[in-house]
Design a protein. Sequence first.
Length: 252
Amino acid sequence: MPSAREKTIYHKDLLPVVFVFGDAGGKLDSPLYGLFGMRAELKDKALEQGGTLAEYFVRQPADPYAGFSLKWDGEWQVTYETFRDMGIAYAVGLILIYILVVAQFKSYLTPLVIMAPIPLTIIGVMPGHALLGAQFTATSMIGMIALAGIIVRNSILLVDFVNEQVRGGMDFQEAVIQAGATRAKPIVLTGLAAMMGAFFILDDPIFSGLAVSLIFGIFVSTLLTLVVIPVLYYAANYRKFSSLNQELSHDR
C-alpha cells in the first residue's frame, strides 16, 4: 500500500539546500572535468516553474528565495580556494623578493632584470606536466613558488659578478661575457643538485607535482637564465656602465 514518510530537510549556511553527489573515475579523474561537462548541459536550463536555473561557482546566491539556483561546491570549491591562496602567496613572495633585491642593489630597475627569468619557469613546468601525463596540482604550485627563489639566486650571482668586475676596472661588455662563462658552472651544478633531489619524490602520489615543477622548471629556467640575464642587464645598463668605465679610465 503506497505511503509517505518524512524526509530530512538540509541546510547549508542557513539556506535550504538539496545535495547532489557524484564522483569521477577513469583517465581524467578530477571532478572538475565532470563539472564542466555537466555545466554545458545545465547552463540556462529552463525550469518547469518558470525562469532558468542560475549557477554560482565561488559564492552563495544573493537572493536564495528568488528562484532555484545551482551552487557548484565540494572539490571544486576546495580547488578554487587552494589555488587562490597559492596565487596570493606567490604574489606576496614576488613583492618581498623585489624589496630585498632593491635593498641589496640600491636600484629599482635591476630587480626587474633579476626577476625576469621567473616567468620562464612556466616554459619548463607546463610542458613537463604534459610530457609525463601529470596533473597540475597544489604541490605543483608550491614548486613554482620555490622556483622563484632558486632562479633569483642564480640571477643575483650573475649580476653581482658583473658589478664587481666593473668596479675593478673591467669593461662592462667584457664583464657581462665573463659573468656568463665564470658563473655557468656553479649555477648548473646547483641546479642539477636540486633536480636530483626532486627525482626521489617523482613517483609520490601527492608530491609528484612538486617534483615535476622543480625538475623541468629548474632545467629550462637555468639554461635560459644564463642567456637572458646577461643580455637584459647589458641592455638596461650599458650607457651607465660605459660612462663609468670612461671615468675610471680618465682617472687613471
